[in-house]
Design a protein around this ligand. Structure first.
Ligand code: ZN
Length: 394
């Protein structure tokens, strides 16, 4: 496939370049490449990014990824509609057994068509801060970690842990040695403990601000520690709901544009119509991209990845800054060197967007898996599917 005439996000800026994809890989990048007998995609008027990765997503399309292989398949099918070509199913569950079942479900969905599952993110198994539904504190151990994963860490990408729990520093060293990203989250720890976690290998902050004790200027807390810790990436839910605009800007200013990783943290409601739902036996009202309890407290979000890019744009970030944060940083934060950037030799996954950041086409391995024009037509034709609910072509 040859993608011509696009404004390609390349080396931190936008440049008129063509991209040739062969055997699933970006083989050639340059001006005015000559078409051979391959398929040609005209990207005139479009911004072209490497396929986006969502490293913190619980579900979409009516299901949570911990509910079994079918839920994962639905996510794989839907996410290319938003430019996401790889994602990390994320679980926040009460105990080792429920995590283990969720892990098995994702493994059973391996290889399904659509966005690629890049492993799993165990969000908050070792938490200190009381979170919704689960208020127990589980100290991190190797045994518990292996129990959750059926003694197989090969597809576990990220595990979060509160640094104030006993044994956490030894655990961070061990989990890093296993090739898993050690992440600080769901914590009330001190700034010094964040630094100590980084000294012991932790490189990521779990959906920053959410799950952390709020800032108190009398206390050297985890949020201040996270802002000051240059060795750590900060996941940030940039939907304009989870984290207020001023805190998004503060994070980017403190940590720098290369250390902020936008995530959706979205849930089963992404792609669903607004209304009242039952979630874990509790009533929630889904409206304007957020699910709230009847008292108005935020329960979970449902903004897709590309919408968060538009939200960042409306906050005043430049397209270059958004390209860096949304395009490159997620891959870097999990050590993916084959994705996240338009570069010769990397995976042939691309997203073509309008200048105001609406996805026009998503390409995986040199094949169009989502086409806004085509899929709009299909939606109108069959008239059966909810917004965004059409599985991508495989
Ligand atoms: Zn989450």
């Amino acid at each position: 496939m040859l993608i011509q005439n696009g404004s390609v996000f390349y080396d931190g800026g936008f440049h008129q370049k063509d991209i040739r994809i062969r055997n699933g890989v970006m083989e050639e990048i340059g001006p005015c490449l000559t078409a051979g007998d391959e398929e040609v995609v005209d990207a005139s008027g479009c911004l072209v990014f490497a396929g986006f990765l969502d490293t913190h997503i619980h579900g979409c399309n009516g299901s949570e990824c911990n509910e079994g292989p079918e839920a994962v398949r639905k996510a794989c099918a839907l996410l290319p509609n938003y430019g996401v070509t790889g994602f990390i199913p994320t679980f926040s569950l009460p105990d080792a057994e429920t995590v283990r079942r969720a892990v098995q479900g994702v493994r059973a969905a391996k290889g399904c068509p659509g966005a690629e599952v890049l492993g799993m993110h165990l969000d908050s198994p070792f938490r200190y801060r009381t979170i919704a539904y689960y208020n127990i504190k589980v100290p991190p151990t190797r045994e518990y970690t292996l129990e959750m994963t059926d003694h197989d860490l090969s597809d576990i990408r990220i595990i979060s842990c509160a640094p104030e729990l006993p044994g956490s520093m030894e655990w961070f060293r061990w989990i890093t040695d296993q090739g898993v990203v050690g992440e600080v989250g769901h914590t009330e720890c001190t700034a010094d403990q964040v630094k100590e976690a980084a000294d012991n290998g932790a490189t990521l902050l779990n959906h920053f601000y959410n799950g952390f004790a709020p800032m108190d200027h009398h206390v050297s807390g985890a949020l201040a520690g996270g802002l000051l810790e240059d060795r750590m990436y900060a996941q940030l839910t940039c939907d304009g709901i989870h984290v207020a605009e001023a805190f998004v800007k503060l994070t980017v200013r403190a940590k720098g544009i290369h250390r902020v990783v936008p995530v959706t943290d979205c849930s089963q409601f992404l792609g669903m119509p607004e209304g009242r739902y039952m979630r874990r036996d509790k009533e929630v009202i889904f409206k304007d991209g957020a699910a709230r309890d009847p008292n108005g407290k935020l329960v979970t979000g449902a903004h897709p990845f590309d919408e968060n890019m538009r939200t960042l744009r409306s906050m005043g970030f430049s397209l270059e800054e958004i390209g860096t944060m949304c395009g490159e940083n997620p891959a870097k934060s999990i050590g993916e060197t084959h994705r996240g950037k338009v570069e010769r030799g990397r995976k042939g996954d691309l997203v073509l967007m309008t200048p105001d950041l609406f996805v026009q086409k998503t390409i995986m391995d040199g094949k169009v898996v989502y086409d806004r024009e085509r899929d709009k037509l299909v939606l109108r034709h069959h008239d059966i599917l909810i917004i965004g609910g059409r599985p991508c072509a495989s």
